[in-house]
Ligand binder design. Structure first.
Ligand SMILES: [Zn+2]
Length: 87
């Protein structure tokens, strides 16, 4: 009986590995906007965020990963606009 369980486990293994690969294959290259001026610490979801309008530098389109490397955090204005804005 133990043998059957082992065979089953071996059969399941490559399947779970394949499933993992499939999720990994999708690149999470989400684009965000950053302001290149010195004291900016945020990245933005939309180009017309009102916080970006006050940017003295250049507005650059980068991936979210790049933004994280630049030590940027999500802008409280454009990332706040989720379903919770019910008034
Ligand atoms: Zn913003």
């Amino acid at each position: 009986m133990k043998h059957l369980v082992l065979t089953l486990a071996i059969m399941m293994l490559p399947m779970s590995m394949m499933a993992q690969q499939r999720t990994k294959a999708k690149p999470a290259a989400k684009k965000v906007y950053v302001c290149t001026s010195g004291n900016s610490t945020k990245y933005h979801k939309t180009k017309d965020c009102r916080m970006l309008k006050t940017c003295n530098g250049e507005v650059k389109l980068v991936t979210q990963g790049q933004a994280h490397k630049m030590k940027r955090t999500q802008c409280g204005v454009c990332y706040k606009r989720t379903k919770r804005t019910k008034k």
